[in-house]
Design a protein around this ligand. Structure first.
Ligand code: CTP
Ligand code: MG
Length: 225
């Protein structure tokens, strides 16, 4: 099965002055750990790394252990544009694809397998976790407008898996209509196409701020010992 890894961000919230995926985490780059987990999945046969041309040499160098098993695709200015480039550059024989953020390096290979399995029965699936906090919707003055029933709230993660033909169409429509979203499932929702949720793991965090590096370091040390 085919898997795309968006890795073309700048990591502005990490404030490290470079793509956060290249930062050192327990002796390797963040992206290295993501790929390490990805290749432990039994079902992954092809991986596309979507990155910025100016990061290419550093990225390739940090993941050279996997270089014969990965393909490079140039990313865009937004995650949405990066994924669109990725989908448009998949091999012709790709019928289904998983998208997994390079920044989620604590992904368990079993969750990747589970997403692929669910994708056999469904056209679109995403891993997500039940929301723990009570969520408030506010207006522009931060006055609370409503509190949605938590029983219906899930926090979306990646992997997210789709039929390639549908995902291509969704990204094309998004471009034509100037839709601006933060995950691929949102495009399916705008098109009223069903997306199934698969319960993921709360440890599958997206490395975003410096504190996340510390958390990930602890988890990785635990799983290595
Ligand atoms: N991403 C991408 N292309 C972009 C922006 C983001 O491929 N133009 C990727 C990131 O590399 C990351 C994933 O999408 O693996 C999720 O994005 P996010 O966590 O927001 O990463 P950044 O955009 O790099 O971070 P920030 O938003 O703090 O700048
Ligand atoms: Mg971002």
């Amino acid at each position: 099965m085919h898997l795309l890894i968006p890795a073309a961000g700048s990591g502005s919230r990490m404030k490290a002055g470079k793509n956060k995926l290249l930062l050192n985490l327990n002796g390797e780059s963040i992206l290295y750990w993501t790929l390490k987990a990805v290749f432990l999945s039994e079902k992954v046969s092809w991986v596309g790394i979507i990155g910025q041309p100016y990061d290419k040499s550093e990225i390739i160098d940090s993941i050279k252990e996997f270089s014969d098993k990965t393909c490079w695709i140039n990313g865009g200015n937004t995650r949405q544009e990066s994924v669109r480039n990725g989908v448009n550059n998949l091999p012709n024989n790709a019928t289904k694809v998983l998208i997994h953020d390079g920044a989620r390096c604590l992904i368990k290979p079993e969750l990747i397998d589970k997403c692929f399995t669910e994708l056999e029965e469904n056209d679109a699936v995403i891993s997500a976790v039940k929301v723990i906090d009570t969520i408030k919707v506010v207006n522009e003055n931060r006055i609370i407008k409503e509190t949605p029933n938590r029983n219906f709230l899930w926090a979306a993660q990646t992997p997210q898996g789709f039929l390639v033909t549908q995902l291509k169409k969704a990204h094309q429509q998004a471009k034509e209509n100037s839709w601006d979203v933060t995950d691929d499932a949102s495009l399916f929702e705008l098109l009223k196409w069903p997306v199934k949720i698969i319960e993921g793991n709360s440890t599958n965090i997206k490395i975003t701020s410096p504190i996340d590096l510390k958390i990930a370091s602890l988890f990785l040390s635990n799983s290595q010992s």
